[in-house]
Design a protein around this ligand. Sequence first.
Ligand SMILES: Cc1cc2nc3c(=O)[nH]c(=O)nc-3n(C[C@H](O)[C@H](O)[C@H](O)COP(=O)(O)OP(=O)(O)OC[C@H]3O[C@@H](n4cnc5c(N)ncnc54)[C@H](O)[C@@H]3O)c2cc1C
Length: 407
Amino acid sequence: MAPLDSDPVFGFDPYGFAATHLSATARATLERLQATLERDVAPLLDDAWETATMPAAILDALIPLDLMRPDGMDAAEADSSMFTGFRNFVLARTDTSVATLYNAQSGLFRTTVRLGGSPEQVAELDPRIAAFDLKGTFALTEPEHGSDVAGGMATTARRDGGDWIIDGAKRWIGGAVTADVLAVFARDTDDGQVKVFLVPTSAPGVGLQTIGGKIALRPMQNSHITLADVRVPESARLQGVDTWRDVSRILRNMRSDVGWIATGLQAGVLDATLRYVRERQQFGRPVGGFQLVQEKLARMLGNLTASLGMVVQLSMRQDGRTAQLDDPSPEPLFADENSALAKMWTSLRARETVGLGREVLGGNGILLEHGAARFFADAEAVYSYEGTHEINSLIVGRALTGTSAFV
Ligand SMILES: Cc1cc2nc3c(=O)[nH]c(=O)nc-3n(C[C@H](O)[C@H](O)[C@H](O)COP(=O)(O)OP(=O)(O)OC[C@H]3O[C@@H](n4cnc5c(N)ncnc54)[C@H](O)[C@@H]3O)c2cc1C
């Protein structure tokens, strides 16, 4: 049997998902991205991890690629879940922090504006967001409210004439230190409903503190944010978010992005593991020749391939397509439980895949220089962000049984 070939952009894809679902333009765009990641980003990663800093050179290398509006690609394809999913996959195959940082802008912030803004707000802001001319974040989680933030949100917004006054705190907010604005979710003191405000990071009353001591996604900067009597005009409120139902619509899209990241990082750790087992010799032969090692490699590829199949099919539903690329479905087939299932299950598989990779590298599995350690640690963050394993399971369980076990 011929050995499986690793694709330079997508790694191991034995069922040819990328070849089936990406146009030639999309592939060429992602080839440019992969080349940039290898040349300009990968050499910076170990230092970035050790120093827990995200070098500005990383976004400086990615922004000119114009990945949200690639040359030769129409807006429908550029914004499709399939293309943006594979983009997250390729980023995460190199590094989960870089994928998470890029996705904070292209996924979290942009999706919030696109789904939460009025048509006028989207028309004004979206081109600036796509060009990184306006950098933003997604500020939902709070120090005392993570999983229960829907019902427990303590950050408030009080109407004061033509302005709003925001008070509260947010935690874990990715990319806030380099952002121009924070998309702050707050509860309206009048009607008790959740609303979203674009709050400049420079506004009086906004305090940002970087969260230190992380054991995962170390280069990614996450902030603890305080908001004390922060005044913003009504025009800073995203006009399309009035209830938690609107927030759920946004989260549904973000969970599919994270499913792709959980899949891409499995490709990254498999790359590192295969490099290692071909070179490392024990008992006079490469460790890749041992049966017990090959069983682990096969499980890693199985997890990766199954995850890829799941997110590809999810993206087809998200894009409103059924079986064929040219078969637009009349109904979008994308519900909360669809993306919760993919996020939950791909990150569970990712945790196993990185564990297998790390163990196959032996002691070197915990060293940055051999490439598996970063993925091993980062899978822990992916497992818990964008809804923990339990919360996404409960969304699936609610759909299966008709009974909500958590609200
Ligand atoms: C690296 C990183 C980046 C992040 N980036 C962002 C960001 O940019 N913006 C943002 O808004 N947030 C962000 N988050 C926050 C993230 O979404 C939350 O950490 C997550 O929602 C979980 O909340 P928590 O950490 O407060 O855990 P908690 O809600 O305190 O949960 C603790 C444990 O209890 C379990 N649990 C809670 N309720 C139940 C229940 N009913 N049944 C069973 N188990 C339950 C949880 O699953 C978990 O295991 C980020 C987090 C991390 C780690």
